[in-house]
Design a protein around this ligand. Structure first.
Ligand code: GUN
Length: 288
């Protein structure tokens, strides 16, 4: 068997186009566009790339894009004061504080200071709790994108065996909650899991989100499984350059899986598309 390669780039383009069409309707109805503002602290190069792409895609979808860049030396109090000002700004529907933050700033405190109604990352404890209890919520973007790809491949997920590798608040835990809400049977594996290979062998749905290059070996994979690789690991190549690679041994998995996401070009493009969808959702909810 050779897996069907899931084209996340194409799926993300389709989602961005449908959001843009709905934004046009929002503008016609409300006389203003949804607004997303990103806060970037410090000069982490990968974060700067994400933030630039977010700004570009926000504008392309017809929304208002705001950006606040703060030096790495900024105090936690200053970041909290900025978040409070953004909470109070009626023209801003979505606030995203780019992670990671410098170590002297308590990221949990900053995320908890964001108005949950503007929390388009879905990281606020209120949104995490609403997702966990089955209430309508702003849901983290990367697992939302993964779920869209999985449902497109498999259709109804009820009763499917799912394995999520990784228990982060950004991907693993919300991913498990989303799959549980679709009535999949969900296992969460992590760094202390015994016999990861045995768990992988049972999974009809496998989501790998740990950040360890090629942790999941191709021969572990259940034949026909839907493999979603969230890993974005930069590894050195023989020619002295570097390339991005996932958490799954892609070449090995290709021969066994039914569907697989490439890295790059799989999950990655879905994250910003889902962020735009969340911003539109937040704007609609705020304006009733
Ligand atoms: N850093 C890496 N991924 C993300 C994300 O989805 N949201 C935020 N805010 N920061 C990130």
């Amino acid at each position: 068997m050779t897996a069907i390669i899931i084209d996340g780039k194409a799926r993300a383009t389709a989602l961005r186009e449908s959001v843009a069409a709905e934004v046009a309707g929002f503008v016609a109805a409300h006389g203003r566009a949804p607004g997303l503002t990103v806060v970037l602290v410090g000069d982490d190069p990968a974060s700067a790339v994400y933030v630039r792409n977010k700004g570009r895609e926000t504008l392309a979808a017809g929304m208002v894009s705001g950006e606040h860049r703060l030096p790495a030396s900024v105090s936690e109090a200053e970041v909290l004061a900025l978040v409070a000002a953004l909470n109070a700004d009626e023209a801003i529907d979505g606030i995203l504080v780019q992670l990671p933050l410098p170590r002297h700033i308590d990221a949990d405190r900053v995320l908890a200071a964001i108005n949950p109604a503007k929390d388009v990352d879905g990281f606020h404890p209120v949104n995490a709790g609403r997702l966990a209890t089955g209430l309508d919520a702003l849901v983290p973007c990367t697992p939302t994108g993964c779920l869209l790809l999985i449902e497109e491949a498999l259709g109804n997920l009820s009763g499917k065996e799912a394995l999520v590798i990784g228990r982060s608040n950004i991907v693993g835990k919300p991913m498990a909650a989303l799959l549980t809400a679709r009535s999949a049977t969900v296992t969460i594996a992590h760094s202390r899991t015994v016999d990861l290979a045995g768990h992988v062998a049972r999974a009809e749905i496998l989501v790998a989100a740990v950040g360890v290059p090629h942790l999941v070996k191709g021969e572990w994979i259940r034949p026909g499984a839907c493999v979603i690789d969230v890993g974005m690991n930069r590894v050195a190549t023989a020619d002295g350059k570097s390339r991005l690679t996932g958490d799954v041994d892609y070449d090995g998995a290709l021969a066994r899986a039914g569907w697989i996401t490439p890295v790059p070009g799989g999950v990655g493009p879905m994250t910003i598309a889902c962020l735009l969808a969340n911003t539109l959702k937040a704007a609609r909810a705020r304006l009733g």
